[in-house]
Design a binder for this molecule. Structure first.
Ligand code: SF4
Ligand code: SF4
Length: 474
């Protein structure tokens, strides 16, 4: 039975409640005045319940859909401004004891030779990522307690933080590794991780069990309750996600919102991020075997509804989406994107350098552009690419972050920090065209800053960065 406060995943993600929400959505989505009142609520940045979101997920009227898209953009810009946070994944190890049917790292993929980064290779990957301008990483690894134990992951995190490169260092290491026990999460917390990210993949239990036929990940409850254990261990920021295409997109969206409601009710703060990867081809699998693939239109619809439902949560879009489609999705509420990603172990250095014929990839990305090209497009579209990591480093995590977000103050902090980190990028990595685009956007943002004092302080900091100082932040 549904219980948002339960510690049992089968209760806080109760199948009957999801099904009833979707049924209610179907029967009420044509009620224009109801839909208008839900949009009205979303427009006041109060978020939506999973029941309300389920109604919006059933909307088919094109005019109403357009209203949902433009409202999602407004909500994102009201809370976070025009900044888009940049990051890159870093794969440590492709050993895995699980057999997820959609993943290139599956144990069943027997032909692939497995590897994990040596210390030297790790440092080389980080140097290359830093050379691309990255300051924020999402560290990823398959699950294998023998070949990739937690000690190894923690050593890697410490090595990443300690490396000083030509233009600075990696400032935030988010972690995307398998569900773990509370004591392991405590160790990750001590290693100063940023957000702990774990995708449920699908919340539909029979499908989940089918797609994860063996290994520890087969345990649905252990996986779905992992964020609770991480928060119990003191990790303030956790991220959730669905791999869209494994099961019905409406079911998984409503269920993910129930998961968010559970974390907020039971732990006092909802997820810091929501990731929306879509299924891509990977070694050993093709998408034809998956009957629930999500179309571009459905994907845009669900991202916009998520933005309205959880206005204070970061929404992360990866390079799984094609470059020409990413802009359309960013416009409906995405706040973080990856750029220049490699999805194989040692991928940034390249297989030749690592004396390896071919790097096993977890999935095939669609957007292969280098970060500089992605930044140019963002700037042309009016966004401010941001390499900011300030909140985590200033202790603004968990409920401290959420209270700033809910009071409407985070947009000002984000805007100033985005400009500072953009200026660093322009100085250290930018070509002529990027500098021109960056200067124009910076000037516009400065002109539009409502607070005179903030404008003055930001201008002073920008000039210090032009003078050679780095890592200034609000
Ligand atoms: Fe392993 Fe993760 Fe891939 Fe599953 S999705 S096979 S757990 S790396
Ligand atoms: Fe993120 Fe905080 Fe920086 Fe805004 S100011 S981009 S919320 S770290």
């Amino acid at each position: 039975m549904y219980d948002v406060l339960s510690s049992n995943a089968n209760s806080f993600i109760d199948d009957a409640e999801i099904t009833a929400s979707l049924e209610e959505g179907k029967s009420r989505a044509a009620d224009n005045s109801l839909v208008a009142s839900i949009l009205n609520k979303a427009g006041s940045f109060k978020g939506l319940s999973h029941r309300e979101a389920a109604i919006l997920l059933e909307v088919t009227d094109l005019n109403t859909l357009e209203k949902i898209y433009s409202l999602a953009k407004q909500v994102k810009e009201h809370i976070y401004g025009r900044r888009i946070v940049m990051f890159a994944p870093l794969y440590l190890s492709d050993y895995c004891v699980n057999a997820c049917t959609y993943c290139g790292y599956s144990l069943k993929n027997k032909e692939a030779a497995r590897r994990r980064l040596t210390r030297e290779e790790l440092l080389e990957e980080v140097r290359l990522l830093e050379k691309m301008g990255h300051k924020r990483l999402a560290v990823e690894a398959g699950e294998d307690p023998v070949n990739c134990p937690l000690d190894y992951v923690i050593d890697c995190i410490r090595a990443i933080y300690s490396l000083r490169c030509e233009n600075g260092a990696i400032r935030r290491v988010n972690i995307n590794i398998a569900a773990a026990a509370v004591e392991d999460y405590r160790r990750l917390k001590e290693a100063n991780i940023g957000t702990y990210i774990l995708f449920q993949e699908t919340y539909h239990k029979p499908t989940y069990l089918d797609l994860h036929p063996q290994g520890p990940k087969h345990n649905y409850e252990w996986h779905a309750e992992a964020h609770d254990r991480a928060m119990a261990a003191g990790i303030d920021d956790v991220g959730v996600g669905v791999l869209y295409g494994l099961y019905d997109w409406k079911y998984d969206t409503a269920a993910m919102l129930m998961h968010a409601e559970h974390l907020e009710a039971a732990r006092g703060v909802g997820p810091h991020t929501i990731s929306v990867p879509r299924l891509r081809a990977a070694p050993g699998m093709t998408r034809e075997n998956f009957p629930h693939l999500v179309s571009d239109a459905q994907f845009k619809h669900l991202v916009a509804v998520l933005r309205l439902a959880v206005p204070y949560t970061g929404i992360i879009l990866s390079t799984r989406e094609a470059s020409d489609f990413r802009g359309e999705i960013i416009a409906v509420g995405v706040s973080q994107i990856s750029a220049g990603s490699c999805t194989g172990v040692g991928g940034y250095a390249g297989s030749a350098k690592l004396e390896r014929d071919a790097s096993l990839i977890q999935f095939e990305p669609e957007d292969h552009r280098p970060p500089m090209e992605v930044l140019k497009e963002l700037l042309r579209d009016g966004y401010v690419p941001s390499y900011c990591t300030a909140c985590y480093r200033e202790g603004r995590t968990g409920d401290r972050f959420m209270s700033l977000a809910k009071s409407g103050q985070i947009a000002n902090i984000c805007q100033a920090n985005a400009l500072l980190t953009l200026q660093e990028y322009l100085e250290d990595y930018g070509d002529y065209e990027l500098k021109e685009l960056g200067d124009l956007v910076t000037q516009r943002e400065i002109d539009e800053m409502p607070d005179k004092n903030a404008r003055k302080v930001t201008l002073e900091m920008l000039s210090r960065i032009k003078g050679g100082e780095r890592d200034l932040r609000h």
